[in-house]
Every structure is written in structure tokens, then in C-alpha cells.
Ligand binder design. Structure first.
Ligand code: ADP
Length: 403
């Protein structure tokens, strides 16, 4: 039997098919530019002789329904998944699970209603996730569907860390609190790190740095997340590709008073025009790194600001945890950018973090251990795999004895 993982974004549909027995990947793909004049599908899979194949299709994909049909056709025509009945279940990535979902759930009408009620908390993500679920449930009716929430891993954060110092009624009436995101990734890499170090996840203090286009830090104590840098929305915390991360909220009052900026304009400013892009005009760390090497001062400044914010969070989370056994870098930047890793951990020997420059500059496709021998805290680069984690959690949910 097989497990399909679906991640529906506003104009894309990512999918990956796994063998349920050993969770080996059978195929993965993405359909992009859904709703635009020309859509694009790409599927990577292993044929019956075990050879890797790549398929590319360009055609109009007007909506998620046709995206899902195209995915099913590509899987069927290439004998990757011939019958829906070969699926033991479908795992769906859902960004926001609010306070209700602490773990993966089997999706029924009631669950869909609750995810819909959470749309105001994640207006960009949850609607696309719901469309993906509804279309998949129509097309694969007798298959169990499981929702895996990005917020779930952070539901163990204690009250003193998730509440903002706002009037308490705003939490009671509007549910304003820290939710945190990237939970599936933080959970996956921290379990992997414990396994690699041959230690029990439930006895470790871990700091996980997920540095991609979006970026967040999580503090994990004895297998439970106790704090994270993203907050009520993914805007808070670290400097990101186009998001500002932390800032003085009074800047917004000032901008509104002085420039007459609207709420929508401020939303775009902080989410789409700030962060690395705001500082140096580019949001891609690879390009920024190349510009910095050529002596571009703005690109160098963007990296400086990014790494300084990161360093402050590392210090804060070592304090919050009372020390750390392991610090993990993951995400596109965390996994690949040795300069960012070195800069953000420079001079932190005092906190037990000593990076080995040579090891930091080496590469592997698996886990890389990059601390000096004398470093109290292990420093690991762990490639993330959110789809694998969703598949794992889907299988766990499906094989749980029903209550
Ligand atoms: P997303 O958050 O969209 O999943 P990724 O985790 O793929 O994004 O991270 C994207 C970021 O990773 C981009 O800033 C990209 O430039 C950066 N990145 C990817 N590869 C490298 C590399 N080799 N060196 C530096 N940065 C990289």
C-alpha cells in the first residue's frame, strides 16, 4: 500500500508518494502556476526497473481540481499509481491548526469546518489547504485523509511563552497568542538529530534553526517545543527573505500617521518587501552571498543583519532552555550556507557553541556534524523533509487503535 502526501498552496500543489511499509519515496512532484495562463508540472519517479525518471508537462491548469486531475493522470499513465485503491491514506499539510489540533487528525466534515473557522488566522494558507483537502476527498472518497498541522508541534509551548503582554481579554476573545509555524520541520530534524547522536529525544535540550525563505527558531526540551520565534503569524522573529521579523510595532502607527499608509499596504510592506529584500533588494541568499563576495555593501549588510538577529535568538533560547545539548541548522540557507552558520555562531564559545571551520565548510547529503571537539553543544546540519514527516505522522494516525 502507498501513502500520498499533499501540500496545496495558493497557486501550487506539491505531492509525494511513499511506500507505506518502509516510507521510501516512490515519486514526488509539483504543479505550479495554477490559475495562470500556462501551468507547469514536474514529476520525479522511479520506473519499474528502478531507474530515476523526470516528467515535465506544460499546460493550462485553471484550478486545484484540474491540478489534482493532472497529478492523478501523470501518476496513472506512468504506472506510478494506477488505482486510487492502492492508497492506504492521504496526508495533507495544513498550516494553521489553532489551539484545537495538537496532533494529526482524521479528516471529517467537522474537522474541515474547524479548519475553515481558522481562515482568519491564516488567510493566505488555510483556504488553499482546504481546497486541496476538499478536491482530494471528492476524488479519493473511500480513502482516509489525515491533516498534519504546521502549528501542532508548538502546542506544548507554555502559557508564559505563548502569551503576548497585551490585555488578557484579547487572548480570550480573539485568540491572539503565539502559535508558531514550521512545526513539522522542527519536529522532524530534532528527532533525526537525537537519533544521529544516539540519544533519547525525550531527554535532550535542542535548538532548531529552520532557515529557508521563511525562517524560525524552536527551543525543544525533553521532546516538547517550549518556545518558537514565529508568533501569531509567520511574520515575527528572524529576518526572512521578504519578511521583517521582529520590529517595534509603533513603527506602523508612525507610518500610518506620517504617510497615510493603509493596513493593506503595511501588510505588503512587512510580509513582501522587507527582510533581506528590503535591505538589499534581493531575497535569495545564494545571490546575496555572491553579491557580498563581490564587495556589494548592501548585500553584506543584509547578511550581517540576518546573522545578528539569529545570534540573539540562539542566546535567548540557550537562556530559556538553561543550556543546549544540540543546535540544528536546516532549510535552504541552514543546510547550504556555511558563511551564515559561521557568522551567526561567531564568538559564542562562552555559551558552549564552538564551530569547527573546516567541518562547517564540508558537505554531505546526510547529517553533518560541525562543532569542535571541545564544544559543549553539538552543532548539526540536518536536511529537513517535511513530506516524509507528514507521511510518518499519517501512517502513525492510521495505525493508531481507534478509541
Ligand atoms: P522555502 O522556505 O521556500 O522552502 P528553502 O528552504 O528552499 O525555501 O530555502 C530557500 C533559501 O535557501 C533561499 O534564500 C536560497 O537562496 C537559499 N539557498 C538554497 N541553496 C543555497 C546555497 N547553496 N547557498 C546559500 N543559500 C542557499
Amino acid at each position: 500500500m502507498k501513502i500520498l502526501v499533499l501540500n496545496a498552496g495558493s497557486s501550487s500543489l506539491k505531492f509525494q508518494l511513499f511506500n507505506m511499509l518502509d516510507l521510501s519515496s516512490l515519486a514526488s512532484g509539483v504543479i505550479e502556476q495554477i490559475g495562470e495562463a500556462q501551468g507547469h508540472a514536474r514529476v520525479e519517479y522511479f520506473d519499474s526497473s528502478g531507474n530515476g525518471q523526470v516528467l515535465e508537462v506544460r499546460q493550462s491548469v485553471p484550478d486545484h481540481r484540474s491540478g489534482m486531475e493532472l497529478m492523478a493522470k501523470l501518476l496513472r499513465d506512468n504506472e506510478i499509481l494506477t488505482e486510487v485503491s492502492e492508497l492506504a491514506g492521504i496526508g495533507h499539510r495544513v498550516v494553521h491548526g489553532g489551539e484545537l489540533f495538537h496532533e494529526p487528525v482524521l479528516i471529517n466534515d467537522e474537522v474541515i469546518e474547524v479548519i475553515k473557522e481558522l481562515v482568519p488566522l491564516a488567510p493566505l494558507h488555510n483556504p488553499a489547504n482546504i481546497t486541496g483537502i476538499e478536491v482530494a476527498m471528492e476524488q479519493a472518497q473511500n480513502i482516509p485523509h489525515v491533516a498534519v498541522f504546521d502549528t501542532a508541534f508548538h502546542q506544548s509551548i507554555p502559557e508564559h511563552a505563548y502569551l503576548y503582554a497585551l490585555p488578557y481579554r484579547l487572548y480570550e476573545e480573539q485568540k491572539i497568542r503565539r502559535y508558531g509555524f514550521h512545526g513539522t520541520s522542527h519536529h522532524y530534524v530534532s528527532k533525526k538529530a537525537a537519533e544521529y547522536l544516539n540519544r533519547s529525544f525525550d531527554e535532550m535540550k535542542i535548538i532548531s534553526l529552520h532557515l529557508g525563505n521563511g525562517a524560525s527558531v524552536a527551543a525543544i526540551n525533553q521532546g516538547k517545543c517550549v518556545d518558537t520565534s514565529m508568533g501569531f503569524t509567520p511574520l515575527e522573529g528572524l529576518v526572512m527573505g521578504t519578511r521583517s521579523g521582529d520590529l517595534d510595532p509603533a513603527i506602523l502607527f508612525y507610518l500610518a500617521r506620517e504617510t497615510g499608509m493603509t493596513i493593506a499596504e503595511m501588510d505588503t510592506l512587512l510580509n513582501k518587501e522587507s527582510g533581506l529584500k528590503g535591505i538589499c533588494g534581493n531575497n535569495d541568499m545564494r545571490t546575496i552571498g555572491q553579491r557580498a563576495e563581490r564587495g556589494d555593501a548592501k548585500a553584506q549588510l543584509a547578511i550581517e543583519i540576518f546573522c545578528y538577529r539569529l545570534k540573539k535568538y540562539v542566546g535567548a533560547y540557550i537562556a530559556a532552555l538553561g543550556g543546549a545539548d544540540c543546535l540544528i541548522f536546516t532549510g535552504g540557507i541552514g543546510e547550504n550556507d556555511s558563511r551564515v552558520r559561521a557568522k551567526s555562531l561567531a564568538n559564542l564559545d562562552v555559551l558552549g557553541l564552538a564551530l569547527d571551520t573546516k567541518k562547517n565548510n564540508s558537505r554531505t547529503d546526510t547529517i553533518l556534524e560541525i562543532q569542535k571537539e571541545e564544544s559543549r553543544c553539538k552543532i548539526l546540519v540536518v536536511p529537513t523533509d517535511e513530506e516524509f514527516e507528514i507521511a510518518t505522522q499519517t501512517v502513525e494516525r492510521l495505525t493508531l487503535p481507534s478509541l
